[in-house]
Design a protein around this ligand. Structure first.
Ligand code: GLU
Length: 490
C-alpha cells in the first residue's frame, strides 16, 4: 500500500479566493512538500446556484499568484485532469445506492414545506434545529402514496445516536463530537440528484486516496459526519487537522459580509501587495518556525521547515499593520527588476517612454522604500513624468518666493553641468557645497529645490530624485520655477 502523502485544497467556487482558503492551501502545500507528497486541487462545485466560473478563475489565479502549483487537479486550460465534482454526479449516486442497499441510508420523501414547518416548530419551542429522522419509519403504502403525489426523494444517511465520534486531530489533538449534535440523519443525495458536500467530499477523498485533510475548524462537525460515512463505506479515513479561523481585532471572523473585499486575495493583488509578503504573513499567522524569532521566510524555506505540530490550535488574528510591514519589507528587498515589472501596471497613466528600462528601475528604486503597497507608486511618482511639474500657489508663495529660494534655484541651475547624474550621493554633495557657499542650509536649501522639481517639500532622497529626473527635466523645472514662481505651464 502506498504511503505517499496526498493532500488537497478543495475550494467551492461560490466566491473569490478568501484569505482563509489561501492559508489552508498554503498549509496543505507545505505539508505535501515537506513530506515529498502530492498537493491536489479539487473543485467542489456541486452548489449549482452559487457556483460561478468567474470564481473558479479567481481562485485558480489567486493560488497561482501566491506561487502555489498543484500536482494534480483542476486547471482551466491547463495540463491537469479536471477534478470537478460536477463531473462525478452519477458516481456519487452509485455509491449512495450501495449505502441504501446495505441499510446505511434510506429514501426520504419529506417535502420542503414539511421540513420548514419542523424547523419553525423547533424554533418556537426553543429547540435546536435538526431533522427528526421521520423518514426512517415510512411504510410501503405511505411511500407509494408519496410517489403517486410526484414527490422526489432525497437519500439520507442514518446517524445513530448517541455515539461519540473521536479522532486524534493533527493540530488540535484528541477531539470528540457526539453524533446527537450532528442534526439528525443527513442528506447525502438531494432530491435533484446532486450529492451534498459531506458525501461528495468523502467519496472524493476515498477515490483520490487522500492521506491527510487540513482545513479550518469550521469543518469540525463535518469531519464527525464524514468519519461516519468513511466507516459505512468501509474505508480508512485520512488524518484530519483543523486550524483556528482568522479573526479581526474585535473577535469577528473574517468574512465578506463584515469586512468586504479585504478578505479576498484579489484585493491585495490589485492593491499592489507582493505575493511573497502575503505568503509569509499568512503562513506566520498561525504557524511558528522552529526558530521562533524568525519572522521572514520564503515559501521554499517554509517548505523545508514546516511541521504541522507547530500550527497554532487557536484563532489567528488578522493584523493589517503586520501585513503592511511584510509588504514594505518585500518591496524593498525583492530584486529591483521584479518590483519594476510589477510597478508598470500602476504607471500606465504616464508616458513610460520618457525613461529607459534602466532609468525606470532607478525611478522605482528611488520610491520603493517609501511605499507600503505598489499602487501608491502612481501618486508618489507622478512628478517624475512630464517636462514640468504643477506647483501650487501656496507652495509658490511660501517656499519659492523668497530671494534666498531664488538664489538656490539659480545656483543649482548653473551647477547642472557639474552634476554626476548617475551618482545620487555625488549630486547631493554638489547641492550641499553650493548651499555652504551661499550660507543657506536645511529646509531653506532643500525645500525650494524639492518644490521646484517635484511640486512638494516631501519626497524621496533629493540626490536620487535629481539623478532620476536627469538634466533636461531638472533644467526645465528650475527655469520654470524662476520664471513664474514654480508653475511650468506658462
Ligand atoms: N469546499 C469546502 C470549502 O470550500 C472544502 C472543505 C474541505 O476541505 O473538505 O470550505
Amino acid at each position: 500500500m502506498s504511503t505517499e502523502v496526498r493532500v488537497r485544497i478543495a475550494p467551492s467556487p461560490t466566491g473569490n479566493l478568501h484569505l482563509g482558503t489561501a492559508r489552508t492551501a498554503l498549509y496543505n502545500y507545505l505539508y505535501a512538500k515537506r513530506h515529498n507528497g502530492k498537493f491536489i486541487f479539487r473543485l467542489e462545485d456541486t452548489d449549482n446556484e452559487r457556483s460561478d466560473e468567474k470564481y473558479t478563475k479567481d481562485i485558480i489565479d489567486g493560488l497561482k499568484w501566491l506561487g502555489l502549483t498543484w500536482d494534480e487537479g483542476c486547471d482551466i486550460g491547463g495540463p491537469y485532469p479536471p477534478y470537478r465534482q460536477t463531473e462525478k454526479i452519477d458516481h456519487y449516486e452509485r455509491i449512495a445506492d450501495k449505502l441504501l442497499q446495505n441499510g446505511f441510508a434510506y429514501l426520504c420523501y419529506a417535502s420542503t414545506e414539511e421540513l420548514a414547518a419542523l424547523k419553525e416548530e423547533q424554533r418556537v419551542s426553543g429547540l435546536p434545529s435538526r431533522y427528526d429522522n421521520r423518514g426512517r419509519e415510512v411504510s410501503i403504502e405511505q411511500r407509494e402514496k408519496y410517489q403517486a403525489e410526484g414527490r422526489v426523494p432525497s437519500f439520507r444517511f442514518r446517524v445513530e445516536e448517541p455515539q461519540d465520534i473521536h479522532w486524534d486531530d493533527e493540530i488540535k489533538g484528541p477531539i470528540t463530537v457526539n453524533s446527537a449534535d450532528l442534526g439528525g440523519d443527513m442528506v447525502i443525495i438531494k432530491s435533484n440528484g446532486v450529492a451534498t458536500y459531506n458525501f461528495a467530499v468523502v467519496v472524493d477523498d476515498i477515490d483520490m486516496q487522500m492521506t491527510n485533510v487540513l482545513r479550518g475548524e469550521d469543518h469540525i462537525h463535518n469531519t464527525a459526519k464524514q468519519l461516519l460515512l468513511f466507516e459505512a463505506l468501509n474505508c480508512k479515513p485520512p488524518h484530519f487537522g483543523h486550524t483556528g479561523l482568522i479573526f479581526d481585532s474585535n473577535d469577528r471572523k473574517l468574512s465578506k459580509r463584515e469586512h468586504g473585499e479585504l478578505v479576498h486575495i484579489d484585493y491585495y493583488k490589485t492593491q499592489g501587495y507582493m505575493p511573497e509578503a502575503i505568503v509569509n504573513y499568512l503562513i506566520k499567522t498561525s504557524w511558528t518556525p522552529p526558530d521562533d524569532t524568525m519572522e521572514k521566510f520564503t515559501l521554499e524555506e517554509a517548505c523545508q521547515m514546516f511541521d504541522i505540530k507547530r500550527v497554532s490550535k487557536t484563532h489567528a488574528r488578522f493584523d493589517m499593520d503586520k501585513l503592511n510591514w511584510y509588504n514594505s519589507h518585500y518591496l524593498r528587498s525583492l530584486p529591483l527588476s521584479t518590483v519594476t515589472e510589477r510597478a508598470r501596471p500602476y504607471l500606465t497613466d504616464f508616458d513610460l517612454s520618457e525613461y529607459s528600462h534602466d532609468e525606470l528601475e532607478k525611478l522605482v528604486d528611488t520610491l520603493r522604500g517609501s511605499l507600503t503597497k505598489l499602487s501608491e507608486i502612481k501618486a508618489a511618482g507622478s512628478f517624475f513624468f512630464g517636462k514640468t511639474v504643477e506647483v501650487s500657489d501656496e507652495m509658490k508663495s511660501t517656499v519659492l518666493s523668497s530671494s534666498e529660494a531664488k538664489k538656490v534655484l539659480t545656483e543649482t541651475l548653473s551647477s547642472i553641468s557639474k552634476m554626476p547624474f548617475d551618482d545620487p550621493a555625488g549630486v547631493k554633495q554638489i547641492v550641499d557645497s553650493m548651499g555652504k557657499e551661499l550660507g543657506i542650509k536645511g529646509k531653506n536649501l532643500y525645500w525650494p529645490l524639492r518644490a521646484a522639481l517635484a511640486g512638494s517639500t516631501q519626497g524621496p532622497d533629493l540626490g536620487s530624485m535629481i539623478s532620476v529626473l536627469g538634466p533636461t527635466k531638472v533644467q526645465a523645472r528650475l527655469e520654470a520655477a524662476l520664471k513664474n514662481g514654480g508653475n511650468g505651464h506658462v
